[in-house]
Design a protein around this ligand. Structure first.
Ligand SMILES: [Zn+2]
Length: 453
Protein backbone atom coordinates (compact mmCIF):
# COMPACT_ATOMS: atom_id res chain seq x y z
CA UNK A 1 0.00 0.00 0.00
CA UNK A 2 1.34 3.40 -0.97
CA UNK A 3 -0.61 5.37 1.56
CA UNK A 4 1.15 6.93 4.53
CA UNK A 5 0.73 5.90 8.14
CA UNK A 6 -0.23 8.60 10.64
CA UNK A 7 0.23 8.33 14.40
CA UNK A 8 -0.67 10.48 17.41
CA UNK A 9 2.74 11.46 18.73
CA UNK A 10 2.74 12.34 22.44
CA UNK A 11 6.03 14.12 21.80
CA UNK A 12 4.60 17.36 20.47
CA UNK A 13 0.99 16.27 21.04
CA UNK A 14 0.00 16.09 17.36
CA UNK A 15 -1.03 13.53 14.81
CA UNK A 16 1.95 13.16 12.47
CA UNK A 17 2.88 11.34 9.30
CA UNK A 18 5.09 8.41 10.20
CA UNK A 19 8.49 8.65 8.51
CA UNK A 20 10.81 5.80 9.50
CA UNK A 21 14.56 6.29 10.01
CA UNK A 22 15.13 3.35 7.65
CA UNK A 23 12.11 1.85 5.91
CA UNK A 24 13.84 -1.54 5.72
CA UNK A 25 14.56 -1.66 9.44
CA UNK A 26 11.81 -0.20 11.59
CA UNK A 27 12.06 -0.44 15.37
CA UNK A 28 9.21 -0.43 17.89
CA UNK A 29 9.72 -0.78 21.63
CA UNK A 30 6.76 -1.24 23.98
CA UNK A 31 6.96 -1.36 27.79
CA UNK A 32 5.78 -4.80 28.84
CA UNK A 33 4.41 -6.18 32.10
CA UNK A 34 5.87 -6.17 35.59
CA UNK A 35 5.29 -9.80 36.43
CA UNK A 36 4.04 -9.75 40.02
CA UNK A 37 0.34 -10.54 39.57
CA UNK A 38 -2.05 -11.98 36.96
CA UNK A 39 -2.53 -9.63 34.00
CA UNK A 40 -5.78 -7.63 33.93
CA UNK A 41 -7.65 -6.07 31.03
CA UNK A 42 -5.93 -2.72 31.63
CA UNK A 43 -2.72 -4.58 30.69
CA UNK A 44 -4.48 -6.25 27.76
CA UNK A 45 -5.27 -3.03 25.93
CA UNK A 46 -1.67 -2.12 24.98
CA UNK A 47 -1.02 -5.77 24.10
CA UNK A 48 -3.74 -5.69 21.47
CA UNK A 49 -3.17 -2.08 20.32
CA UNK A 50 0.55 -2.53 19.66
CA UNK A 51 -0.04 -5.95 18.13
CA UNK A 52 -2.28 -4.13 15.67
CA UNK A 53 0.31 -1.42 15.01
CA UNK A 54 2.88 -4.18 14.41
CA UNK A 55 0.55 -5.71 11.81
CA UNK A 56 -0.04 -2.35 10.09
CA UNK A 57 3.70 -1.58 9.96
CA UNK A 58 4.43 -5.03 8.52
CA UNK A 59 1.67 -4.59 5.96
CA UNK A 60 3.23 -1.37 4.68
CA UNK A 61 6.96 -2.10 5.01
CA UNK A 62 7.12 -5.91 4.80
CA UNK A 63 7.27 -8.63 7.45
CA UNK A 64 11.04 -8.65 7.72
CA UNK A 65 11.40 -4.89 8.04
CA UNK A 66 9.83 -4.45 11.47
CA UNK A 67 11.41 -5.33 14.83
CA UNK A 68 9.04 -5.33 17.78
CA UNK A 69 10.58 -5.44 21.26
CA UNK A 70 8.45 -5.83 24.40
CA UNK A 71 10.29 -6.24 27.70
CA UNK A 72 9.42 -8.18 30.82
CA UNK A 73 10.16 -6.49 34.15
CA UNK A 74 11.10 -9.39 36.39
CA UNK A 75 12.81 -7.48 39.18
CA UNK A 76 10.99 -4.69 41.00
CA UNK A 77 9.83 -3.72 44.50
CA UNK A 78 6.29 -4.95 43.73
CA UNK A 79 7.69 -8.36 42.79
CA UNK A 80 9.76 -8.57 45.98
CA UNK A 81 6.73 -7.64 48.11
CA UNK A 82 4.43 -10.10 46.32
CA UNK A 83 6.91 -12.97 46.71
CA UNK A 84 7.14 -12.26 50.46
CA UNK A 85 3.36 -12.13 50.86
CA UNK A 86 2.87 -15.33 48.89
CA UNK A 87 5.88 -17.00 50.57
CA UNK A 88 7.34 -18.19 47.28
CA UNK A 89 10.68 -17.41 45.70
CA UNK A 90 10.97 -14.54 43.25
CA UNK A 91 11.74 -16.84 40.33
CA UNK A 92 8.79 -19.08 41.19
CA UNK A 93 6.52 -16.01 41.20
CA UNK A 94 7.89 -14.42 38.02
CA UNK A 95 7.95 -17.70 36.08
CA UNK A 96 4.34 -18.45 36.94
CA UNK A 97 3.16 -14.92 36.06
CA UNK A 98 5.16 -14.95 32.79
CA UNK A 99 3.49 -18.22 31.86
CA UNK A 100 0.05 -16.76 32.57
CA UNK A 101 0.97 -13.64 30.62
CA UNK A 102 1.97 -15.71 27.58
CA UNK A 103 -1.24 -17.74 27.85
CA UNK A 104 -3.19 -14.48 27.91
CA UNK A 105 -1.35 -13.20 24.82
CA UNK A 106 -2.29 -16.38 22.98
CA UNK A 107 -5.88 -16.14 24.19
CA UNK A 108 -6.03 -12.61 22.77
CA UNK A 109 -4.57 -13.77 19.43
CA UNK A 110 -1.51 -11.51 19.79
CA UNK A 111 1.60 -12.27 17.79
CA UNK A 112 4.85 -12.93 19.62
CA UNK A 113 7.15 -9.87 19.46
CA UNK A 114 10.53 -10.20 17.72
CA UNK A 115 12.27 -10.01 21.11
CA UNK A 116 11.00 -10.27 24.67
CA UNK A 117 14.00 -9.46 26.88
CA UNK A 118 13.92 -9.79 30.66
CA UNK A 119 15.41 -7.16 32.94
CA UNK A 120 17.36 -9.70 35.02
CA UNK A 121 19.17 -10.92 31.90
CA UNK A 122 20.51 -7.45 31.12
CA UNK A 123 21.94 -6.20 34.41
CA UNK A 124 25.49 -6.03 33.03
CA UNK A 125 24.39 -3.60 30.31
CA UNK A 126 22.55 -1.54 32.93
CA UNK A 127 25.74 -1.22 34.98
CA UNK A 128 27.56 -0.12 31.81
CA UNK A 129 24.99 2.59 31.15
CA UNK A 130 25.21 3.84 34.74
CA UNK A 131 29.00 4.02 34.40
CA UNK A 132 28.60 6.10 31.25
CA UNK A 133 26.20 8.48 33.03
CA UNK A 134 28.53 8.78 36.05
CA UNK A 135 31.50 9.46 33.79
CA UNK A 136 29.71 12.40 32.19
CA UNK A 137 28.33 13.71 35.49
CA UNK A 138 24.70 13.03 34.64
CA UNK A 139 24.55 10.81 37.71
CA UNK A 140 26.00 10.77 41.21
CA UNK A 141 26.54 8.29 44.02
CA UNK A 142 25.03 8.80 47.45
CA UNK A 143 24.94 6.19 50.23
CA UNK A 144 25.35 3.26 47.80
CA UNK A 145 22.56 4.66 45.62
CA UNK A 146 23.13 6.10 42.16
CA UNK A 147 20.79 8.90 41.13
CA UNK A 148 20.20 10.62 37.81
CA UNK A 149 20.63 14.37 38.09
CA UNK A 150 17.50 15.62 36.34
CA UNK A 151 18.56 19.30 36.16
CA UNK A 152 21.50 18.33 33.94
CA UNK A 153 19.08 17.35 31.16
CA UNK A 154 17.46 20.50 29.86
CA UNK A 155 14.72 18.78 27.85
CA UNK A 156 13.30 16.99 30.90
CA UNK A 157 9.50 17.28 30.86
CA UNK A 158 9.23 17.74 27.09
CA UNK A 159 7.25 14.54 26.55
CA UNK A 160 4.76 15.12 29.34
CA UNK A 161 4.79 18.83 28.50
CA UNK A 162 5.41 19.79 32.10
CA UNK A 163 7.86 22.12 33.76
CA UNK A 164 10.24 20.64 36.30
CA UNK A 165 8.83 22.87 39.08
CA UNK A 166 5.30 21.63 38.39
CA UNK A 167 6.45 18.03 38.46
CA UNK A 168 8.09 18.56 41.84
CA UNK A 169 5.08 20.50 43.18
CA UNK A 170 2.82 17.69 42.00
CA UNK A 171 4.87 15.53 44.42
CA UNK A 172 4.90 12.62 42.01
CA UNK A 173 8.56 12.17 42.80
CA UNK A 174 9.86 9.63 45.24
CA UNK A 175 11.08 11.18 48.49
CA UNK A 176 14.48 10.09 49.80
CA UNK A 177 17.02 11.72 52.08
CA UNK A 178 19.86 10.39 49.91
CA UNK A 179 18.95 12.53 46.90
CA UNK A 180 20.56 15.87 46.26
CA UNK A 181 17.41 17.17 44.58
CA UNK A 182 13.84 15.92 45.00
CA UNK A 183 13.35 15.37 41.24
CA UNK A 184 16.37 13.05 40.86
CA UNK A 185 15.53 9.43 40.26
CA UNK A 186 17.29 6.22 41.19
CA UNK A 187 19.43 4.23 38.73
CA UNK A 188 20.82 1.74 41.24
CA UNK A 189 20.00 0.93 44.84
CA UNK A 190 21.48 -1.35 47.49
CA UNK A 191 19.65 -4.57 48.36
CA UNK A 192 18.98 -5.70 51.90
CA UNK A 193 19.96 -9.23 52.95
CA UNK A 194 16.63 -10.78 52.00
CA UNK A 195 16.37 -9.05 48.64
CA UNK A 196 17.86 -10.20 45.33
CA UNK A 197 21.10 -8.50 44.36
CA UNK A 198 23.79 -8.26 41.71
CA UNK A 199 27.41 -7.23 42.25
CA UNK A 200 28.26 -3.77 41.02
CA UNK A 201 31.03 -1.17 41.47
CA UNK A 202 28.74 0.38 44.12
CA UNK A 203 28.15 -2.78 46.11
CA UNK A 204 25.46 -5.45 46.05
CA UNK A 205 22.25 -4.01 44.70
CA UNK A 206 19.68 -3.85 41.92
CA UNK A 207 18.67 -1.41 39.17
CA UNK A 208 15.93 1.20 39.27
CA UNK A 209 12.96 0.36 37.07
CA UNK A 210 13.40 3.03 34.37
CA UNK A 211 16.88 1.95 33.38
CA UNK A 212 15.98 -1.41 31.87
CA UNK A 213 13.96 0.06 28.99
CA UNK A 214 16.79 2.44 28.02
CA UNK A 215 19.21 -0.48 27.99
CA UNK A 216 17.07 -3.09 26.27
CA UNK A 217 15.79 -0.75 23.54
CA UNK A 218 19.42 0.19 22.80
CA UNK A 219 20.45 -3.45 22.69
CA UNK A 220 17.90 -4.42 20.05
CA UNK A 221 17.03 -1.19 18.24
CA UNK A 222 20.03 1.11 18.66
CA UNK A 223 20.44 4.55 20.22
CA UNK A 224 17.65 6.15 18.20
CA UNK A 225 14.64 4.27 16.88
CA UNK A 226 11.19 4.87 15.45
CA UNK A 227 8.34 4.10 17.84
CA UNK A 228 8.09 3.79 21.61
CA UNK A 229 4.77 2.67 23.01
CA UNK A 230 3.00 2.06 26.29
CA UNK A 231 0.04 3.09 28.41
CA UNK A 232 -0.61 6.79 29.13
CA UNK A 233 0.26 6.30 32.79
CA UNK A 234 3.89 5.63 31.79
CA UNK A 235 4.51 9.08 30.26
CA UNK A 236 5.62 10.49 33.60
CA UNK A 237 7.91 9.60 35.19
CA UNK A 238 8.84 6.37 33.37
CA UNK A 239 9.13 7.59 29.77
CA UNK A 240 10.49 11.01 30.72
CA UNK A 241 13.23 9.19 32.66
CA UNK A 242 13.94 6.74 29.83
CA UNK A 243 14.48 9.70 27.47
CA UNK A 244 16.79 11.48 29.93
CA UNK A 245 18.93 8.38 30.57
CA UNK A 246 19.21 7.36 26.92
CA UNK A 247 19.96 10.75 25.42
CA UNK A 248 22.57 11.55 28.09
CA UNK A 249 24.23 8.12 28.04
CA UNK A 250 24.23 7.73 24.25
CA UNK A 251 24.98 11.39 23.49
CA UNK A 252 22.27 11.58 20.84
CA UNK A 253 19.73 14.24 19.96
CA UNK A 254 16.74 11.96 20.17
CA UNK A 255 15.74 8.61 21.60
CA UNK A 256 12.44 7.49 20.05
CA UNK A 257 10.89 9.64 17.31
CA UNK A 258 7.23 8.71 17.85
CA UNK A 259 5.70 8.17 21.26
CA UNK A 260 2.42 6.30 21.06
CA UNK A 261 0.32 5.99 24.21
CA UNK A 262 -2.95 4.19 24.75
CA UNK A 263 -5.71 5.51 27.01
CA UNK A 264 -6.98 3.87 30.19
CA UNK A 265 -9.72 1.35 30.63
CA UNK A 266 -12.31 2.72 33.01
CA UNK A 267 -15.22 1.20 34.90
CA UNK A 268 -18.05 3.62 35.51
CA UNK A 269 -15.54 6.29 34.40
CA UNK A 270 -12.97 5.35 37.09
CA UNK A 271 -9.52 4.21 35.97
CA UNK A 272 -9.09 0.45 36.25
CA UNK A 273 -6.08 -0.23 38.43
CA UNK A 274 -5.04 -2.65 41.09
CA UNK A 275 -4.85 0.18 43.61
CA UNK A 276 -8.49 1.08 42.85
CA UNK A 277 -9.62 -2.47 43.54
CA UNK A 278 -11.70 -2.58 40.35
CA UNK A 279 -9.64 -4.83 38.14
CA UNK A 280 -10.87 -7.63 35.90
CA UNK A 281 -8.25 -10.28 35.19
CA UNK A 282 -7.92 -11.60 31.65
CA UNK A 283 -8.19 -15.08 33.11
CA UNK A 284 -11.70 -14.29 34.43
CA UNK A 285 -12.98 -14.08 30.86
CA UNK A 286 -11.54 -17.33 29.58
CA UNK A 287 -14.33 -19.71 30.41
CA UNK A 288 -17.04 -17.25 29.45
CA UNK A 289 -15.79 -15.71 26.23
CA UNK A 290 -13.64 -16.60 23.27
CA UNK A 291 -10.54 -14.36 23.20
CA UNK A 292 -11.72 -12.78 19.96
CA UNK A 293 -14.64 -11.19 21.80
CA UNK A 294 -12.29 -9.56 24.31
CA UNK A 295 -9.99 -8.50 21.47
CA UNK A 296 -12.85 -6.79 19.61
CA UNK A 297 -13.98 -5.07 22.82
CA UNK A 298 -10.45 -3.75 23.43
CA UNK A 299 -10.28 -2.11 20.00
CA UNK A 300 -13.87 -0.84 19.98
CA UNK A 301 -12.73 2.66 20.99
CA UNK A 302 -9.85 4.66 19.47
CA UNK A 303 -6.63 3.83 21.32
CA UNK A 304 -6.01 7.41 22.43
CA UNK A 305 -9.42 7.55 24.13
CA UNK A 306 -10.48 6.00 27.44
CA UNK A 307 -12.48 2.80 27.04
CA UNK A 308 -15.35 2.33 29.48
CA UNK A 309 -15.84 -1.32 30.33
CA UNK A 310 -19.26 -2.89 30.99
CA UNK A 311 -21.22 -6.07 30.35
CA UNK A 312 -23.07 -4.52 27.44
CA UNK A 313 -19.79 -3.97 25.60
CA UNK A 314 -18.87 -7.65 25.93
CA UNK A 315 -22.35 -8.83 24.96
CA UNK A 316 -22.39 -6.57 21.89
CA UNK A 317 -18.99 -7.87 20.81
CA UNK A 318 -20.09 -11.46 21.42
CA UNK A 319 -23.11 -10.89 19.16
CA UNK A 320 -21.01 -9.19 16.48
CA UNK A 321 -18.45 -12.01 16.24
CA UNK A 322 -21.23 -14.57 16.35
CA UNK A 323 -22.97 -12.85 13.43
CA UNK A 324 -19.72 -12.42 11.51
CA UNK A 325 -19.02 -16.17 11.72
CA UNK A 326 -22.05 -16.67 9.45
CA UNK A 327 -19.90 -15.34 6.62
CA UNK A 328 -16.66 -17.00 7.69
CA UNK A 329 -14.92 -19.16 5.09
CA UNK A 330 -11.51 -20.79 5.41
CA UNK A 331 -9.07 -18.79 3.28
CA UNK A 332 -6.05 -20.68 1.98
CA UNK A 333 -4.82 -18.23 -0.62
CA UNK A 334 -3.63 -14.65 -0.72
CA UNK A 335 -6.60 -12.29 -0.80
CA UNK A 336 -5.99 -8.57 -1.10
CA UNK A 337 -7.76 -6.07 1.10
CA UNK A 338 -8.56 -2.85 -0.78
CA UNK A 339 -6.43 0.16 0.13
CA UNK A 340 -9.55 2.18 0.87
CA UNK A 341 -10.71 -0.45 3.33
CA UNK A 342 -7.37 -0.43 5.17
CA UNK A 343 -7.26 3.36 5.19
CA UNK A 344 -8.75 3.85 8.71
CA UNK A 345 -6.01 1.69 10.27
CA UNK A 346 -3.30 3.66 8.46
CA UNK A 347 -4.87 6.83 9.78
CA UNK A 348 -3.73 6.64 13.42
CA UNK A 349 -5.09 3.12 14.01
CA UNK A 350 -8.69 4.21 13.71
CA UNK A 351 -10.16 0.90 14.85
CA UNK A 352 -13.80 2.08 15.14
CA UNK A 353 -13.51 3.22 11.51
CA UNK A 354 -12.13 -0.16 10.43
CA UNK A 355 -14.84 -2.03 12.36
CA UNK A 356 -17.43 0.02 10.43
CA UNK A 357 -15.75 -1.17 7.20
CA UNK A 358 -15.95 -4.78 8.42
CA UNK A 359 -19.71 -4.37 8.99
CA UNK A 360 -20.01 -3.13 5.40
CA UNK A 361 -17.96 -6.01 4.00
CA UNK A 362 -20.09 -8.41 6.05
CA UNK A 363 -23.32 -7.09 4.51
CA UNK A 364 -21.80 -7.51 1.06
CA UNK A 365 -20.55 -11.03 1.85
CA UNK A 366 -23.95 -12.08 3.19
CA UNK A 367 -25.56 -11.53 -0.19
CA UNK A 368 -22.45 -12.06 -2.27
CA UNK A 369 -20.25 -14.78 -3.68
CA UNK A 370 -17.57 -16.94 -2.13
CA UNK A 371 -14.96 -14.36 -3.04
CA UNK A 372 -16.87 -11.66 -1.10
CA UNK A 373 -16.78 -13.97 1.93
CA UNK A 374 -13.06 -14.51 1.42
CA UNK A 375 -12.47 -10.77 1.34
CA UNK A 376 -14.55 -10.32 4.50
CA UNK A 377 -12.76 -13.15 6.37
CA UNK A 378 -9.33 -11.84 5.28
CA UNK A 379 -10.21 -8.32 6.45
CA UNK A 380 -11.23 -9.75 9.85
CA UNK A 381 -8.08 -11.89 10.03
CA UNK A 382 -5.96 -8.80 9.43
CA UNK A 383 -6.86 -7.45 12.85
CA UNK A 384 -6.73 -10.86 14.54
CA UNK A 385 -10.45 -11.73 14.34
CA UNK A 386 -12.21 -14.83 12.95
CA UNK A 387 -8.96 -16.66 13.56
CA UNK A 388 -10.51 -19.95 14.57
CA UNK A 389 -12.55 -22.36 12.47
CA UNK A 390 -16.28 -22.04 12.84
CA UNK A 391 -16.57 -25.36 14.73
CA UNK A 392 -14.44 -24.04 17.59
CA UNK A 393 -16.50 -20.90 17.80
CA UNK A 394 -19.76 -22.88 17.83
CA UNK A 395 -18.55 -25.08 20.67
CA UNK A 396 -17.73 -22.05 22.67
CA UNK A 397 -21.07 -20.44 21.94
CA UNK A 398 -23.00 -23.48 23.10
CA UNK A 399 -21.29 -24.22 26.37
CA UNK A 400 -19.21 -21.09 26.86
CA UNK A 401 -16.19 -23.37 26.92
CA UNK A 402 -12.60 -22.34 26.54
CA UNK A 403 -11.86 -25.55 24.63
CA UNK A 404 -14.08 -27.80 22.52
CA UNK A 405 -15.80 -30.66 24.30
CA UNK A 406 -14.05 -33.34 22.25
CA UNK A 407 -10.73 -31.97 23.45
CA UNK A 408 -11.92 -32.12 27.06
CA UNK A 409 -12.95 -35.75 26.64
CA UNK A 410 -9.68 -36.74 25.05
CA UNK A 411 -7.75 -35.00 27.85
CA UNK A 412 -9.76 -36.94 30.44
CA UNK A 413 -8.95 -40.15 28.61
CA UNK A 414 -5.23 -39.27 28.58
CA UNK A 415 -5.36 -38.45 32.29
CA UNK A 416 -7.09 -41.70 33.23
CA UNK A 417 -4.56 -43.65 31.21
CA UNK A 418 -1.75 -41.84 33.04
CA UNK A 419 -3.39 -42.73 36.38
CA UNK A 420 -3.64 -46.39 35.39
CA UNK A 421 0.04 -46.27 34.47
CA UNK A 422 0.71 -44.71 37.90
CA UNK A 423 2.13 -41.59 36.20
CA UNK A 424 0.49 -39.26 38.70
CA UNK A 425 2.65 -36.33 37.70
CA UNK A 426 1.31 -36.41 34.15
CA UNK A 427 -2.22 -37.03 35.43
CA UNK A 428 -2.04 -33.92 37.62
CA UNK A 429 -0.56 -31.89 34.80
CA UNK A 430 -3.50 -32.71 32.50
CA UNK A 431 -5.98 -32.02 35.29
CA UNK A 432 -4.37 -28.59 35.87
CA UNK A 433 -4.34 -27.82 32.16
CA UNK A 434 -8.09 -28.34 32.11
CA UNK A 435 -8.49 -26.28 35.26
CA UNK A 436 -6.63 -23.43 33.56
CA UNK A 437 -9.33 -23.51 30.89
CA UNK A 438 -12.06 -23.39 33.51
CA UNK A 439 -12.90 -27.12 33.38
CA UNK A 440 -13.08 -28.99 36.64
CA UNK A 441 -12.91 -32.79 36.63
CA UNK A 442 -14.09 -35.11 39.39
CA UNK A 443 -13.90 -38.85 39.88
CA UNK A 444 -17.21 -40.36 40.97
CA UNK A 445 -18.19 -44.05 41.21
CA UNK A 446 -15.36 -45.12 38.94
CA UNK A 447 -16.21 -42.48 36.34
CA UNK A 448 -14.75 -39.09 35.57
CA UNK A 449 -17.16 -36.22 35.09
CA UNK A 450 -16.39 -32.66 34.09
CA UNK A 451 -18.03 -29.32 34.73
CA UNK A 452 -17.45 -25.63 34.22
CA UNK A 453 -15.64 -24.11 37.16
ZN1 LIG B 1 9.59 1.03 29.87
Amino acid sequence: MNKDIFLSNSLGGKKEKFTPINKNNIGMYVCGPTVYDDPHIGNARPLVIFDLLYKVLKCKYGNKSVTYVRNITDIDDKIITASKIRKISISELTNSVIKKFHDDCKYLFCETPSYEPKATENIKLMIEMINELLKNKFAYESEKHIYFKVKKFKDYGKLSNKKLEDLIAGSRVEVSENKKNPEDFVLWKPSTDDEPFWDSPWGKGRPGWHLECSVMSKKYLGNTFDIHGGGRDLIFPHHENEIAQSICANKTKSFANYWVHNGFITMSKEKMAKSQGNILKINDFKNKFNGQVLRLALISAHYTQPLDWNDKLMNDCQNTISKWYDCYVPVNKKVLIEDDDLQPLYDDLNTPGYIAILHKLFEKAKKGSLSDKEVFTTACNFIGLLQEPKENWNNFKKGKLAIPENEILSKIEQRNKARNDKDYKLADKIRNELLDKGILIEDKDGKTIWKIK
